[in-house]
Design a protein around this ligand. Structure first.
Ligand code: ZN
Length: 484
């Protein structure tokens, strides 16, 4: 493992303390050891944002509660992690069977225009006892919104009861003017994808607007049209949606997801169009999606959401995930490029996100497993995605694998992606958390990074079968987002 480069200010500070003191304080690459279950994913996003010189990160910690930490770039200091709320799906005591964890309620984080930190977490569709779900079927948990009590201060939080409880896969999109959009699936599988908009920094939200519709399939009466979607900023005041179709069958339910789709919203009037600019009626049905927004029909091959960004022309570039690989698509103004498997000949397993420099130049940050090492690698294409080259390994660790998030919003080069690690032979469900940038992971003194206290002593040794189940669950989670 590499040690991070310390900012000059920290080196000066540490020199003042004397070299012996520096040697006496061993550093670790992680900033906290208390990630729990599947602590992060690319789906609940952003997981982190850089704001006024500080990178704020959020993940699931003990009891699947949301935890927040902050890295101050000028001083190289970490703050936290701090528990920011209570996940209603959390279980006590600590679980050792990964199947006991829900994982859907992991947090998404956004900074409002005044610097308050907002989290959404705790939802897996909401319970039926909350009342009528106008956009689908109830599930578990409760979608909860908390905000820091002071701007930029992770130490104290309050709950704001101003959003629907029936949410899961919650995602924040912030416009340049500070308007906040909260996108989520409004319930369990058989539910619409909706958004709520806030123009007052998350203090109030307009009612839900349904974007993608669930309904009984027109083709097969035992199948329900269902979706997995990923939303983010487009060019200017627009928001993109990249999504896949889930044929939700009953009886005979499977995790099958197929096809790839894209559309975009003009935030000035809330109107959605397809990539050619043709208007779409809301909410978009399976029939309309197939007719107007389909990128590729994948047949029986399983597709899954990845991430989507637009270039200076406003043209989308998209990652979708397929078993064992990420595929890149690009709209060139007239047509979608053929899907290209990124980094397909390197190692096993891949996930991550990317940023666009020019329409032909794109840089991806990918978590990969190679020859027994977990790696966070930077890959680049200079020919519009036709070929990809590994540019650098930003961070690696023997015997571990890393789980990716979407890129840090407004990222500082030293802090581009929050990742969690897992080992092949886990003894419990806790996992170290890392913040990785161009110079490796931003670690901290071991004594500051250890937050489990005596928890590990009270966890019974995990039986070998459980360890296997954990490995299996992780593998599955990488592609299935903790279904059902
Ligand atoms: Zn389903």
């Amino acid at each position: 493992m590499k040690f991070p480069l310390l900012p000059i200010a920290v080196i000066v500070l540490l020199s003042g303390l004397g070299v012996s003191r520096l040697r006496a304080a061993p550093r670790v690459d992680y900033f906290s050891d208390n990630g729990y279950g599947n602590p992060v994913s690319t789906l609940q996003h952003p997981a982190a944002e850089h704001f006024d010189g500080v990178t704020y990160v959020a993940y699931s910690g003990p009891h699947e509660d949301p935890y927040v930490a902050a890295y101050v770039h000028a001083t190289g200091q970490w703050l936290g992690p701090v528990q920011a709320g209570v996940n209603p799906m959390g279980k006590s005591p600590d679980q050792v069977d990964p199947g006991e964890l829900d994982n859907h309620g992991r947090p998404a984080l956004i900074m409002d225009r005044q610097g308050y930190i907002h989290l959404i977490f705790g939802g897996h569709g909401g319970e039926a006892s909350f009342g009528e779900n106008k956009f689908g079927t109830a599930g578990k948990g409760r979608q909860i919104h908390v905000v820091s009590q002071k701007p930029g201060d992770i130490s104290a939080w309050q709950t704001l009861e101003n959003i629907s409880p029936f949410g899961t896969y919650s995602q924040w999109v912030k416009l340049a003017n500070g308007d906040l959009y909260l996108f989520y699936r409004h319930g369990s599988h058989r539910s619409d994808w909706v958004y709520q908009k806030s123009v007052d920094a998350g203090r109030t939200f307009a009612p839900e607007i349904s974007v993608i519709k669930h309904q009984r399939s027109a083709d097969k009466t035992f199948v329900h049209d269902s979706w997995y979607a990923w939303f983010d900023n487009g060019r200017g005041d627009t928001i993109t949606a990249s999504y896949v179709y889930h044929p939700c069958a009953s009886p005979g339910h499977t995790a099958q997801r197929i096809n790839t789709y894209y559309m975009v919203m003009n935030c000035r009037d809330g109107a959605w169009t397809n990539v050619q600019g043709e208007p779409l009626a809301l909410p978009v049905t399976k029939e309309a999606a197939d007719q107007h927004t389909l990128i590729q029909a994948t047949g029986q091959e399983k597709s899954n959401h990845g991430s989507c960004h637009v270039d200076a022309e406003g043209r989308p570039h998209i990652f979708f995930r397929f078993p064992g690989q990420v595929r890149y698509y690009r709209w060139d103004g007239k047509a979608w490029s053929a899907a290209v498997a990124v980094a397909a000949n390197y190692g096993k397993g891949v996930d991550g996100d990317f940023q666009i420099e020019t329409p032909l130049s794109v840089t991806a940050l990918l978590t990969q497993n190679n020859a027994g090492n977990g790696e966070v690698n930077r890959w680049q294409t200079l020919d519009g995605g036709i070929s990809w080259t590994k540019d650098a390994t930003l961070f690696s660790a023997s015997g571990l694998s890393f789980q990716a998030t979407a890129l840090v919003r407004n990222a500082h080069p030293d802090a581009r992606m929050l990742v969690s690690s897992s080992s092949a032979q886990p003894a419990h469900l806790y996992h170290p958390m890392y913040l990785v940038g161009d110079h490796g992971a931003l670690g901290r003194p071991a004594a500051e990074a250890i937050h489990l206290g005596d928890r590990l002593q009270t966890i019974k040794a995990m039986p070998k079968s459980r360890a296997k189940a954990e490995a299996k669950a992780r593998k599955k989670a990488g592609h299935d987002d903790d279904e059902p």
